[in-house]
Ligand binder design. Sequence first.
Ligand code: SF4
Length: 432
Amino acid sequence: MSNKQKISVITLGCSKNTVDSERLMNQFKVNKFDLIDNPEEADSVVINTCGFIDAAKEESVNTILSAIELKKQGKLKKVVVAGCLSERYLSELKKEIPEVDAFFGTEAYEGIVREFGGSLKYELLGERIVTTPKHYAYLKISEGCDNPCSFCAIPLMRGTHKTKPVDDLLFEAESLAKKGVKEFNIIGQDTTDYGKENYGRRNIAELLKKLSDVNGVEWIRLLYAYPSHFPEDLMKEISVNPKICKYIDIPLQHISDNVLKSMRRGITQRRTKELLYQFKERIQGITLRTTFIVGYPNETEKEFQELCDFVKDIKFDRFGVFTYSIEENTPSFILGDPVPQEEKERRKTELMEIQKEISRKKNEELIGKEMKVLIDDIEGEYYTARSERDAPEVDGEVLVLAESNLLKRGQFYNVEIYDCNEYDLFGKLKRV
Ligand code: SF4
């Protein structure tokens, strides 16, 4: 019997927030609430916010204000705010947006469900409502972070590193696989730190091996690895395990020793390069994704050019660039924000231009090659798909030409690559 309350959960920010919202949505479902996609058709909304950097904070505040507007128009009864922004700025938000009915921090499932008159079903906390396309999902293996990166506010919002027990994750993966999930994208703030509290050592390799034995799991993709303590056995497991994508996302943030030191990244340029060369030597066909920050307070033009030379040398398959965002209560806050925004944007553009050419050349080398792809969707005359080289939502795609209605979302097919642009590949069906 539905309890007739229609609730819309709005998720902002990163894939970790997506997992938290999916867990919360399942709790609403088992409490017989109606889940509604469109906030305008709901009785109440829960906004799972992001508080990472300025742009994300702005988006969160604007989303809250839009919901408050709907409430003022009598279209919404209740507005609940949760997640990183309210974890970090609770008192300010309470003062500045008093129209919000309740504020919660991160992973506050019990309080939120009780706010609507429900009760938390602990035994079902491992269950989620998958909001990504049904054939892939994110698996959050830990919460929080112990790394001291000077620019980062995440530990202020997500706390210290907490490993999720292997059995809980295997249960979660089994239940997702039963729902049709084939691709598991492994996430956390630092996935390489997995296990150190509960198991006395970093045992991410063991976890991935066990996950690969779960029935229905086809692809496991490692995201958010940390360079300064990349476990030796993890490199081995990725190279030998056919279910683990030959793909590593490892944010490096910079390469100049001066900047790395000030960022408190715990690694040097020489050690970073050694690690990347090892990946290329020991993991055949490895795809490397990374992230950089430009415009960090003590980054000079010379250090920025060092970064440009580095990406020309390593030739990453994928990377993203953030402009430095000064964040209060982080160690680098005292350095101020001396690099003008315009100059930060110029550096970001220059770096992305370098990458565009590298990415095009790498894609051109794949023309004529056969690839296994997973169909995500259909857009016009193309099926949009991804290969092992493409993480969802952040990387390029493989656009597959095939008769309409021949291919199925969530299925794997072999295609031959016949063309490309900077970021995407074009393939034609090789075998059904
Ligand atoms: S590894 Fe560094 S940048 Fe990433 S969440 Fe932890 S402190 Fe922040």
